[in-house]
Structures are given as C-alpha cells and as structure tokens.
Design a protein around this ligand. Structure first.
Ligand SMILES: Cc1cc2nc3c(=O)[nH]c(=O)nc-3n(C[C@H](O)[C@H](O)[C@H](O)COP(=O)(O)O)c2cc1C
Length: 158
C-alpha cells in the first residue's frame, strides 16, 4: 500500500466529515477534490458525486451571507476559518454545520489546497453561552469542539 492510499483509508473512515478542495478562491472555485464517507452522510450525497462541485451546493435560503463573506475573506487571506452555517442536504433537509477549514501549503509555503473538518451541530438548549461555539452542541457523542480536538490529532502546527 503506498502512503497516499494509507492516508486515504484513514480519512475515508474518520468519524468527522472531511472535504478537500483546490486552492482556487474565485468563483466558480473552489472545487472539491476529495470527500470522505462521513461527509457523504452529512450532506446526503455519495462522496464520489460531490467531486468536481463547489461546496456552495450546500447553500440555501437560510445560509447566512454574512458568515459566507467571513469565510471568503479567510480563504482569500489564506487563513483558517471556523464557524457555523446552515446548509441543505440532497433531500432538501436543513442542518447546522460546524466548519473548521484550513489552508494547506507545500514545503515552499505555496497554498495548494483547503481542507475542512465538518460536523452537524444543534442549538444548545437553555441560556446560550457566549459566542457561536457556546450556542451549538454536536449531534454526535463527543461534545469537545472541533477546535479542541484537532490539535490533539497533531495534524497541524497550531
Ligand atoms: C474546503 C472548503 C469547504 C467548504 N465547506 C462548506 C460547507 O460545508 N458549507 C458551506 O456553506 N460552504 C462551504 N465552503 C465555502 C464555500 O465554498 C465558499 O467558499 C463560500 O461560500 C465563500 O465564497 P462566496 O463568497 O463566493 O460564496 C467551503 C469552502 C472550502 C474551501
């Protein structure tokens, strides 16, 4: 098994939804190059069916433009984006997704791709804690925020 196949098999089975795009931030980019099984479950589409699409296919009426604008600013600045968006599945059902999107660079520091870790969240009941992270909780078992989990996976420098 070559190293790329090894990485792919780890990503394919990861419990968190993972999507990788190219680095083209101007429309119609970015284009999806890879999506794992959990991303298929999240979006209600087969991972192979989203290859070649822009992640905008998940947008809909309640997807907040203000958050997308922050997203676009971060991508253009080659910076990380962490936020919450309302998205839509293939069957039209709506969900709130927590997204941690990071730029990937080659050894010379040139931007090559973006990778996003995503999971469905629901609005926390009761008095919301301060900030967007406090207002939502994951629908699945782990209540750690993505931002807390990812550094522990030692995938990134910070
Ligand atoms: C790796 C990656 C994953 C993304 N995932 C989502 C997503 O799950 N949902 C979403 O609404 N937008 C997602 N986006 C953001 C949109 O593709 C787009 O970049 C955003 O709408 C800002 O561009 P615009 O101002 O041209 O719409 C993702 C972008 C990247 C690079």
């Amino acid at each position: 098994m070559v190293i790329l196949d090894l990485f792919r098999s780890v990503l394919d089975e990861a419990p968190v939804a993972i999507v990788v795009t190219d680095a083209v931030v101007e429309r119609p980019g970015p284009t999806i190059l890879y999506a794992n099984t959990a991303f298929g479950r999240l979006t209600g589409r087969a991972p192979c069916d989203v290859i070649g699409l822009t992640p905008r296919f998940m947008h809909g009426r309640d997807t907040r433009r203000a958050v997308l604008d922050q997203f676009a600013i971060a991508l253009k600045a080659c910076e990380r984006f962490h936020g919450f968006l309302t998205n839509y599945r293939a069957d039209g059902s709506r969900y709130v997704v927590e997204i941690d999107c990071r730029p990937l660079t080659d050894t010379s520091g040139r931007l090559t791709n973006f990778i996003a870790f995503e999971r469905e969240v629901v609005r926390r009941r009761g008095r919301p804690a301060v900030g967007a992270s406090g207002r939502f909780e994951p629908v699945e078992e782990s209540h750690d925020s993505l931002t807390t989990i990812l550094p522990g996976m030692n995938l990134f420098k910070s």
